[in-house]
Design a protein around this ligand. Structure first.
Ligand SMILES: [Zn+2]
Length: 169
């Protein structure tokens, strides 16, 4: 972002509220690029003694596996978004059971990930349009290439905590 979306003047760094922020150089325009994180969901779905993962079809990390999820749309609740993303990527209809984590990856990735635990209530596991594959993996058969540090951490926590599978049943 180089120019103000309101008046097209150049954006410059100004200290506002104790942080350097990109703001409009035009004194008659009050635009500030707050650069707040975007919320995304990632959902844990226990199935057949394993956990559902999707193989990524698009960048970044094409061919790696991750939890189903994605960006929350405008005016969508986080739970609605999680259900929609799961259905789009895996064909499964799920009921959201609980929020099991909320974290920021850091290192320049400006999102907040909301991790949900869900239980399948319908549909059939099959990759949707934006996934190459969708499968349930048992702990001993997990793929080595699970992308996103926080997803890997959550998958480990899931298999390390039998209460999570119980909570979803
Ligand atoms: Zn402006």
């Amino acid at each position: 972002m180089k120019n103000c979306p309101h008046c097209s003047q150049i954006l410059i760094f100004i200290e506002i509220g104790g942080r350097e922020r990109l703001a409009c150089e035009n004194r008659h325009c009050d635009f500030v690029h707050w650069d707040n994180p975007k919320p995304v969901t990632a959902t844990l779905i226990p199935l057949d003694g394993g956990l559902v993962l999707v193989e990524r079809k698009f960048e970044p990390f094409v061919g790696d596996w991750c939890l189903p999820g994605g960006f929350i749309e405008a005016h969508e609740s986080p739970e609605e978004s999680a259900r929609r993303e799961v259905f789009e990527e895996t064909g499964l209809e799920v009921e959201i059971k609980q929020l099991v984590g909320a974290s920021a990856p850091g290192r320049g990735i400006n999102v907040i990930i909301l991790f949900y635990l869900a239980t399948p209530v319908g549909g059939l596991l099959a990759p949707g349009d934006d996934a190459s594959d969708a499968r349930a993996f048992r702990q001993e058969a997990l793929p080595p290439n699970i992308c996103f540090d926080l997803h890997r951490k959550m998958v480990r926590e899931f298999f390390g905590n039998p209460n999570m599978s119980l909570a979803a049943s």
